[in-house]
Design a protein around this ligand. Sequence first.
Ligand SMILES: NC(=O)c1ccc[n+]([C@@H]2O[C@H](COP(=O)([O-])OP(=O)(O)OC[C@H]3O[C@@H](n4cnc5c(N)ncnc54)[C@H](O)[C@@H]3O)[C@@H](O)[C@H]2O)c1
Length: 301
Amino acid sequence: MNIGIIGCGYVCDTYMSTWPQHPNLVIRGVTDIDPARAEIISKLYGLRRYASNEELLADPEIDIVVNLTSIESHTEVTRQILQAGKHVYSEKPLTMDFEQGKALVDLAREKGVLLSCAPCNTLSDTTQTMWRAVRDGLVGDVRMIYAEMDDNPIYLMSPEEWRSRSGAPWPYQHEYEAGCTIEHVGYHLTWLCAMFGPVETVTAFSKWTLPDKTDAPLNPKDTPDFSVACLDFKSGVTARVTCSIGAPWDHRMRIIGNQGMLSADTYRHYQCPVYLERFTKLSMNARKSYTVRNSNLLQWL
Ligand SMILES: NC(=O)c1ccc[n+]([C@@H]2O[C@H](COP(=O)([O-])OP(=O)(O)OC[C@H]3O[C@@H](n4cnc5c(N)ncnc54)[C@H](O)[C@@H]3O)[C@@H](O)[C@H]2O)c1
C-alpha cells in the first residue's frame, strides 16, 4: 500500500520522525495548500511534491492518504480523498460536527474504502495490556475510570516560539481556538470506548479559565481551556475525563474495579508500564497508613 500525505505543517515532522521505524511503509509524496511548506518537507525527507491535492489524488499508485491538514480543512480534504476512492487516515478530530462525520462514514461505505482517524493509542502496548487485564478480571468488575489530560500551563512555556524540525511553527492560535477538549479528549475516548463500548449519557462542565493566555487575537477568544466530563457507559461503567492546558502535566489512566486498580502514567508513551494493585487487606492497610489520623504507628510515635 502506497501512502500520500496532504498537509505539511508541524505534525508532519512528527510523522516523518517515526517513519524510519516502519520501513514497510512507502510514502509516495506530499502536498500542501501552501507550496512553500510542501517544498520544505519534500526536500528535507526526499519525497515527491505534488502541486495540489487533486494531483496527488489522481496518482493511481497512491492507495492511502494521510490527512494532516488543519482542523477546519479535515472534513473537506477527507471528502476529496474518499471521492477519489482512496483509504483515509485523518488526524484528529475527524470533523468538528457529528453529522459531517456520519456523512464521511457513509461516503467511505459507498466507495468501499476504509476511513480511520487518529489517535491510535488503543493499539499501544500500554492500552492493550490494560485491556487484557480487564478482560482477565484482574481488577474484578470495573466500576469507575479516571482519565486525565492536563497538559501543563503551556501558555507560560512560550508556545509562540515552538518549531518543528522543518521549522513549522506550533499553531498555538489554532490550538487555543479549537480548545484542549476537541484537540485532546479523543486520546482517552478512543481506548475508553474500545474497552467499555458506547456511552449513554455525558454530564460535562467546561470553562474559559485562562483569559490572559495570549495577546494574539483569537476567534473565538473564549474557547474553554478546562473541562471535566462524566461518562455513563451502557455497560454500567462510569468514567471521569479531565482536560486542561492550565494544570501541571497529568496524563494518568486509572481503571478501578471492586477488586483492584490498573494504572499507567500516560497514554502517550506507548510502552508506559502498567501497574496492578489488588485490593487486599494488606494493600488497604498500607493505604490506611498514609493517613496520619488512621495510622496506629504514627499515633503511637
Ligand atoms: N501540532 C501538534 O503537536 C499536533 C499533535 C498531534 C496531532 N495534531 C493534529 O494534526 C493536524 C495538523 O496539525 P499541525 O499542528 O500540523 O497544523 P499546522 O497548521 O502546522 O499544519 C497544517 C497544514 O495543513 C495545510 N492545509 C490546510 N488546509 C489545507 C488544504 N485544504 N489542503 C492542503 N493543505 C492544507 C496548511 O497549509 C498547513 O501547512 C491537526 O488536526 C492537529 O489536531 C497536531
